[in-house]
Design a protein around this ligand. Structure first.
Ligand SMILES: Cc1cc2nc3c(=O)[nH]c(=O)nc-3n(C[C@H](O)[C@H](O)[C@H](O)COP(=O)(O)OP(=O)(O)OC[C@H]3O[C@@H](n4cnc5c(N)ncnc54)[C@H](O)[C@@H]3O)c2cc1C
Length: 522
């Protein structure tokens, strides 16, 4: 054993939930360690639909079943949507979505429902829904079937999931959290009275470390039952796994920036067709699967998604897929009975086992802060003391003064321009830098050499300075870390991303790190 560390709180898993828990705990003065088996966000959290949303589907379910708890879920998520749009406006923006209808009844049915959706967001509203005439729908989505009777447009948030995950982790680290990636928790240790006392981890070089901890949080997403069973081999499993696949098409089906939601597919799912870096993101599916199969899209699922594209966009009969990914939804099942995944309410739960292991289970990206706050209540009980009020600690790239943030970003944009090479895609590069790094963009670029600022790709104009920054300051250890999660190039265009691998490998080799294949399944 190489080392032994003593912390107040050990968080296992650096997805949306684990990083947000570590961030909120660090703000409250706890000494925190955050251990991640893979890369930051490499689990489900970089594989989402990238919507900050209340969940239109749950709203419909609430009305159909008179279920007030569903309504509360939608409201909670809508408030959190507003929170993230305010905190990290460079990573998230408002997105209008069209819900197409075939007749007048459908139009007014959805208009009423989406009016309720607007109302539930209260002061955090991001714009009212509106009726779309047949003409307006066609203007927004020119290739859409032309037998529709217009529709209703409403707003949600679209965000960069892997960068928000990363910035939460880096901010937690800046606030004092010990952050280790490629460092898997192998075992949990118990005291004589059966309570947990710590964990043993192993990193990618085979080095083992012991972590003594007063409280341990299990935020391992679809792996949550594995850690629960390390703590107590007799506990029943609580998670069902359902795989969701997304495709990216080269064709831009949403040229006006408005997305499309198909509220009910043949098998009762919701399907999103969304603008994505000048291309189109299509998803998702809902297929029960094992942990091992969670990140691998199946042919059947891809065909399913393509069949909907062809059906709704008849002009596009041979869409070209430029990237694809899959992720596992951790769905809570009731503790006793096994039920089918499509009927499981996507709500989170924080459980504390008698040995003291706290597990954050289920939930959505949008509500990860709520999950974190509920988890910290459980941590207080295990520590047997209330936590102090949080200190202000803005997310890296954001500002303490959120009112000032838009002005500061505009000011930075002007200064940034002076440092960038003249090129046809200079504006694209500026927007890319601002939207990835917020207020950190200027120092990253200003502290680099002029030749390191030349865009390496027309698709996403990342430059060498950013790759170096990812390796030096953002815990990137493989080409996939850089190209899929520090930047989204691999998720937009896999072939183009592969072209950059030799450049990245050279940098890794110079640091003595062995880069791996570009692989969106890990
Ligand atoms: C297809 C799909 C689309 C979705 N779309 C949306 C959306 O648009 N909006 C929304 O709000 N929500 C969405 N969600 C839900 C959301 O993405 C998830 O709820 C959220 O990402 C789960 O985060 P997590 O931190 O719990 O899990 P994860 O992101 O999976 O993180 C768990 C981490 O734990 C690590 N880990 C596992 N075992 C160990 C170990 N032994 N030691 C150390 N680390 C370990 C894993 O490597 C992983 O990184 C979507 C989910 C799916 C599947």
């Amino acid at each position: 054993m190489n080392n032994s560390n003593e912390v107040d709180l050990l968080v296992i898993g650096a997805g949306a939930s684990g990083t947000c828990i570590a961030y909120e705990a660090s703000k409250r003065g706890l000494k925190v360690a955050l251990l991640e088996a893979g890369d930051i966000g490499s689990g489900t959290s970089s594989r989402s639909t990238k919507l900050l949303h209340g969940g239109v589907r749950y709203l419909e379910l609430a009305f159909k079943t008179f279920d007030l708890s569903q309504l509360r879920l939608v409201r909670e998520a809508l408030l959190e949507r507003g929170h993230w749009l305010e905190q990290v406006p460079f990573l998230a923006h408002r997105l209008e979505l069209a819900l197409p209808t075939e007749n007048c009844f459908g139009k007014w049915y959805y208009r009423t429902g989406l009016g309720a959706y607007d109302a539930l967001s209260g002061r955090k509203s991001i714009g009212s829904s509106r009726l779309l005439s047949k003409y307006q729908l066609r203007q927004a989505l020119p290739c859409l079937r032309d037998d529709l009777n217009g529709g209703v447009a409403y707003s949600d948030g679209q965000f960069n999931d892997s960068r928000l995950n990363l910035l939460l982790a880096l901010t937690a680290e800046k606030a004092g959290t010990l952050l280790r990636t490629r460092c898997k928790v192998l075992r949990l240790e118990h005291r004589k009275d059966g309570k947990l006392s710590g964990a043993i981890s192993q990193d990618f070089l085979g080095r083992q470390e012991r972590w003594g901890a007063k409280a341990i949080v299990n935020a391992t997403g679809i792996n949550v039952d594995n850690i629960r069973q390390l703590a107590d081999p007799n506990v029943n499993t609580r998670i069902l796994i359902s795989r969701g696949v997304h495709l990216v098409l080269k064709e831009n089906l949403c040229p006006d920036g408005m997305g499309l939601i198909l509220p009910s597919t043949d098998d009762g799912r919701v399907l999103f067709i969304l603008p994505f870096y000048g291309r189109t993101q299509v998803g998702t599916t809902d297929t029960p699967c094992t942990i091992q199969a969670a990140n691998s899209p199946s042919l059947g699922e891809k065909d399913y998604l393509i069949s909907y594209v062809k059906r709704w966009f008849p002009a596009i009969q041979a869409p070209s897929i430029s990237s694809e990914w899959a992720g596992g939804r951790p769905l809570l099942k009731s503790s006793e009975e096994e039920i089918s995944s499509s009927r499981v309410v996507r709500e989170h739960e924080v459980e504390t086992l008698p040995c003291g292991l706290i597990s954050a289970m289920g939930g959505k990206w949008t509500t990860c802060r709520q999950i974190a706050l509920d988890t910290l209540k459980a941590v207080e009980l295990v520590l047997e003391k209330p936590l102090p009020a949080p200190r202000q600690f803005p997310i890296i790239g954001s500002s303490r003064d959120l009112m000032q943030l838009p002005t500061l970003l505009i000011k930075q944009q002007q200064e940034l321009k002076e440092h960038l090479p003249q090129s046809q895609i200079q504006t694209k590069q500026l927007n890319h830098l601002q939207s990835n790094y917020g207020l950190e963009a200027l120092p990253i670029i200003a502290n680099s050499l002029p030749e390191e600022r030349i865009p390496l790709s027309q698709e996403i104009p990342l430059c060498l300075a950013e790759i170096k920054h990812a390796i030096k300051n953002e815990h990137a250890l493989t080409a996939t870390d850089v190209l899929a999660r520090r930047h989204r190039l691999a998720m937009v265009d896999l072939v183009e991303a592969k072209r950059l691998i030799p450049i990245i490998e050279n940098l890794f080799n110079a640091k003595g790190i062995v880069a791996t294949e570009l692989n969106l399944e890990c």
